[in-house]
Design a protein around this ligand. Structure first.
Ligand SMILES: [Fe+2]
Length: 350
């Protein structure tokens, strides 16, 4: 049997659901990562007035959760912040609630402004204060209620680009708008706050942290316990990772959450990693050199670092510390054998 007589064999095989590998080789097996995501910085001072605008003009009936997604210019359909991570800014007004739901994607929030709101996670009310990290691992019921007298703003984070890459997300409404409290408020944080003294009877029901809140007060104490002359990481200064107390691993299976303190004048070593990362400036002023971009960051800004982009952090103040909260998809890359890091001074490490 000879070759088919179709005029364009490429078109013919396309109609048969086939494609010539030789025309796609560099796309499907690139010599090095070629992320669509670009380095980008979201200016908090510029976005904050719009959060308040929508608080006043957009009802909860319309928005349900009043969130401004932080969309990477090259990741708009669907919107995402980096290839595998998402961040948004949420505002909630006094007396408002966000209805209870759960989803497969892991989520957390980092509190930026205000007090008086709590998130109820599987029946536990977890109260929110600036600098707190609140966990909502995958498939945990969660809703928000705000009993304070001024708006609150927090950073929302989800791993839905990862979940959706596998078409593995499920979503469900609770049925009632909010959950009832079934355990003492902030119980999980108080039980696990004592470091090496964790409840011995606790058994992990999931691979995620059982802690509802990692409060700023404890983060601050952890920094205070570190010697003033400690060098820390040459890339990210005095950097601490929030841990799952039952496993010693990351807080959720897909994301590692960290906070770093950059001493005055800190200038980090330039590196590049296969991780995606998002940074939130808790306070301070500095520069992130990401690829060919100079991102000048200040209080409460957010910036994205795509995979395999040259990366260098600087604290531009000569007198004040800078604090950066950040998260990456490192646990996923580590589990899959995709984690690679390069420090130019030392050559490649993996
Ligand atoms: Fe949610």
């Amino acid at each position: 049997m000879g070759a088919p007589s179709t005029p364009d064999p490429y078109q013919a095989i396309a109609q048969l659901g086939a494609a010539p590998l030789w025309r796609y080789f560099g796309d499907v097996l690139p010599a090095q990562p070629k992320p669509k995501a670009v380095p980008y910085l979201w200016r908090y001072a510029a976005l904050r007035p719009y959060l308040h605008h929508f608080l006043e003009t957009c009802s909860l009936e319309e928005a349900e959760r009043r969130v401004l997604m932080l969309v990477n210019p090259e990741l708009t359909e669907p919107p995402a912040t980096t290839t595998s991570l998402y961040a948004g800014l949420q505002i909630i007004g006094p007396g408002e609630t966000a209805q209870a739901h759960r989803h497969t994607s892991n989520a957390f929030r980092y509190v930026i402004e205000g007090t008086g709101a709590y998130t109820t996670v599987n029946g536990e009310r977890v109260h929110m204060h600036p600098g707190d990290l609140l966990m909502t691992p995958g498939w945990h019921w969660h809703d928000h209620e705000h009993e304070g007298d001024a708006p609150m703003i927090w950073l929302d984070a989800l791993d839905y680009p990862i979940t959706n890459a596998f078409d593995a997300n499920f979503f469900e409404l609770y049925g009632e708008r909010t959950q009832k409290s079934t355990v003492p408020d902030d119980l999980s944080s108080r039980q696990f706050i004592h470091g090496q003294l964790s409840p011995a009877w606790a058994v992990p029901h999931t691979s995620s942290s059982p802690v509802g809140n990692y409060p700023w007060a404890e983060t601050s104490r952890a920094f205070d316990a570190i010697a003033d002359d400690a060098v820390g990481s040459e890339v990210e200064g005095i950097i601490l990772e929030y841990k799952n107390p039952l496993t010693g691993g990351p807080v959720v299976p897909t994301m590692s959450c960290r906070i770093s303190r950059l001493r005055p004048g800190f200038r980090g070593a330039r590196t590049r990693r296969t991780t995606s990362a998002i940074y939130h400036v808790v306070r301070g002023t500095g520069t992130a050199l990401v690829g060919d971009q100079h991102l000048d960051w200040t209080d409460k800004d957010v910036f994205a670092v795509p995979p395999w982009a040259d990366f260098e952090l600087r604290n531009d103040s000569g007198t004040e510390d800078a604090f950066l909260f950040s998260w990456t998809n490192e646990p996923v890359l580590r589990a899959l054998g995709f984690l690679r890091e390069e420090l130019p001074e030392r050559g490649s490490q993996s």
